[in-house]
Design a protein around this ligand. Structure first.
Ligand SMILES: [Zn+2]
Length: 680
């Protein structure tokens, strides 16, 4: 843990233009520096760095953040790791809490396992290239598969010979401990205590961590003997968790970011062949069906997954299962079916890069048309199986966490099956409600079983007997789906705009004149932050979307800590600095997007006037506020209308009268707001 003082010291020393300048070339233009954005494919300098605000923003892909976020994103580090990186750059000493002897031992063991795995990779590679058996069997096999020497080296491929040459002999002669060879999954200890190789007479595919360290191996036999397992893979070890690793992720990660898409194939050879053909954003879930841990690993680089599978029945089944998991994690999933005679390996080898890309582009399909087509070829168009299919697809949509995306899918299904949106939505709501109820029940019964307050003291991982997380892994995404998803898009527009005024002009008097900038706001005049707070308080309004609610709370909490007598300009800068250094990356990103002043305002007319924005606050902020209240009222009205319909159906006259009365009152309020808007 880095303590608060050190963190502040690091942030104070950091110059964003120097940090970004270490990775990309920057040129000064006006107040900002500009460079080519490393987070998307580009030839023009779209990335702006503002030294005064301490932030960067790409105007093409929208990526933005402060110096810490840049390092996190570019180097794939956690927040704490990025801070340590900056501390090193600016020669600031980071004092961390002291390690216990157990922690030191575990860290050392961990490192030893990585070192011994790397040795094994070198050993297998050396045998492949330099040993007679290795060249005759291993290398010629790879050449047969059309792998070039460059590719073979890039993926660190190797060969393990038949005895008596063994890894264990070579490794122990060089001083590596048998114990570590066993714990890294490379060797097996027999009952008599002797240690033997786990892999022999196989071509070897090393599996790399995200940061490029060897953590495991897959070994493929070249024998056609059915009694020999085709693949032998490292089982779980302290440095390798199969369900959280992906084959090829190290070689693919930058290409995934650039393409903003991850292609998922089945086997090692598929990844390598595609890679060799220039399609480098490819990984494989090697030997397991896709897991949530693997999807979350991908999610750190992109939210788009394309699953390629060969059209046999087992492949289809796996693809269907994988699809729902991906959807549930909030990612976009597309599916490509290969021509029946191909697997990804043969497919890639027989085509040029352009042909592959064209085929993928033409054959990528969303999960709805994928499932629909699948069913249509499978069964006759009898109504029973048709409704079963629709229900299946609806079930898939119901797991999608993002409400807006769900709505898009609903529209697609409605169109394809000529059903009403409302019917489908109702089914989805029912499924989601039921699921929520089940989860709550499960949680409650779990809580009842737990002894009070266990996991507070020891680490959660230890409680569940999980393996410690390697340094070479980055922290996985939090378990919940994004809590900042916009749940009320209609109100979000207005909430965003009000937050924008708050962050950029909170200290300004609502009726501002230029000469005020260098003095405190005159006491008799209301400033923007007080106006917004009071206008909301008058009607007991709390922002509906969590993102803006938290920014709002953060603003007032911080503003309360500022001294009373402060120049407007100075105060505004302190607020900007505070928001540019938020640790919460979601809040940070949103606040920086606002700070860069590039958003569409709903009150557009004023954009055309030459009068500076701060002198129009007195018109714009109240207008934005009334528009917000109008939207809230409109939502109340439509809720009431729905209730009125229900009451009419049920023939509940008393309720109906009451509801109609309330609706007419609200309609009056609505009219009032509309009039006020016109007047302003
Ligand atoms: Zn960009």
């Amino acid at each position: 843990m880095i303590d608060r003082t050190t963190k502040d010291k690091i942030l104070a020393a950091t110059r964003i233009e120097e940090v970004v300048g270490d990775f990309i070339a920057l040129k000064r233009r006006g107040a900002n520096w500009w460079g080519i954005c490393p987070f998307h494919q580009d030839k023009r300098p779209s990335l702006a760095v503002s030294p005064s605000k301490g932030i960067f923003k790409c105007f093409a892909c929208g990526e933005s953040g402060n110096a810490v976020s840049f390092v996190m994103k570019h180097e794939h580090l956690t927040y704490a790791e990025a801070l340590k990186y900056l501390a090193k750059k600016y020669h600031i000493e980071v004092v961390e809490k002291e390690e216990t002897p157990e922690e030191i031992a575990s860290r050392l063991k961990h490192e030893s396992l990585l070192v011994v795995s790397e040795f094994a990779q070198k050993y297998f590679q050396d045998v492949l290239w330099n040993d007679e058996q290795g060249r005759a069997i291993g290398l010629s096999y790879f050449h047969e598969r059309k792998f070039t020497d460059e590719t073979i080296r890039k993926f660190g491929l190797g060969y393990t010979p038949t005895r008596p040459h063994t890894l264990v002999k070579d490794a122990t002669a060089k001083g590596y401990k048998e114990e570590y060879l066993v714990d890294a999954g490379l060797c097996i200890r027999r009952e008599d205590g002797s240690v033997v190789d786990k892999f022999y007479d196989r071509v070897m595919f090393p599996i790399y961590s995200i940061s490029g360290r060897v953590i495991a191996f897959g070994g493929r036999t070249l024998k056609s003997d059915k009694s020999v397992a085709k693949y032998v893979n490292t089982a779980g070890t302290e440095i390798y968790n199969k369900s959280e690793s992906l084959y090829g992720i190290f070689q693919a990660k930058n290409a995934i970011i650039k393409a903003d898409k991850c292609i998922l194939v089945e086997g090692y050879a598929d990844v390598i062949s595609m890679h060799q053909q220039g399609i480098q954003n490819v990984v494989a879930s090697s030997g397991t069906s896709l897991t949530i841990g693997q999807i979350r690993l991908i999610k750190r680089f992109t939210s788009n997954i394309t699953i390629i599978y060969d059209g046999d029945a087992a492949g289809i089944k796996a693809a269907v299962r994988g699809t729902d998991l991906v959807l549930e994690e909030g990612l976009n999933v597309r599916i490509v079916v290969l021509p029946p005679e191909d697997d990804p390996d043969t497919f890639a080898q027989a085509r040029s890069t352009t042909e592959i890309l064209e085929y993928l582009a033409e054959n990528e399909r969303d999960f709805i048309s994928f499932k629909s087509d699948l069913a249509e070829t499978d069964m006759a168009a009898d109504p029973l199986s048709r409704s079963k299919l629709i229900n299946d697809i609806i079930g898939s949509i119901a797991v999608v966490p993002d409400a807006i995306l769900r709505k898009e899918y609903v529209e697609m299904v409605a169109e394809r099956f000529r059903q009403s949106d409302a019917d489908i939505l109702a089914k989805i709501t029912a499924i989601r409600d039921e699921k929520k109820r089940q989860t709550q029940l499960r949680e409650r019964s779990l809580e009842a079983q737990l002894p009070p307050a266990v996991s507070q003291e020891t680490s959660a991982a230890e409680d569940f007997g999980l393996e410690p997380v390697s340094e070479s892994y980055v922290q996985p995404e939090p378990v919940e789906t994004n809590p900042y998803v916009i749940t009320n898009p209609l109100l979000a527009v207005q909430e965003k705009e009000l937050t924008d005024y708050l962050l950029r002009f909170g200290s300004y008097p609502l009726h501002f004149e230029k000469d005020m900038l260098y003095g405190a706001a005159p006491a008799e005049r209301i400033d923007v932050e007080s106006y917004i707070r009071e206008a909301l308080r008058d009607d007991d309004i709390i922002f509906a979307n969590r993102l803006y609610r938290e920014l709002f709370d953060e603003y007032y909490a911080f503003a309360a800590t500022l001294p009373q007598e402060m120049e407007i300009r100075e105060r505004q800068e302190a607020i900007a600095r505070h928001f540019a250094n938020l640790e919460n990356q979601t809040l940070l990103r949103e606040s920086l997007n606002l700070a860069f002043d590039d958003q569409e305002l709903t009150v557009k007319v004023y954009r055309d006037t030459l009068e500076p924005e701060e002198q129009r606050l007195g018109d714009m902020v109240p207008k934005s506020m009334i528009l917000y209240k109008l939207r809230i009222t409109e939502q109340h009205c439509s809720d009431l209308s729905a209730q009125i319909n229900a009451a009419q159906r049920d023939g509940d006259d008393a309720t109906l009268r009451d509801l109609v009365q309330r609706l007419s009152l609200l309609n009056k309020v609505k009219l009032q707001f509309s009039k006020e808007l016109k007047r302003l």
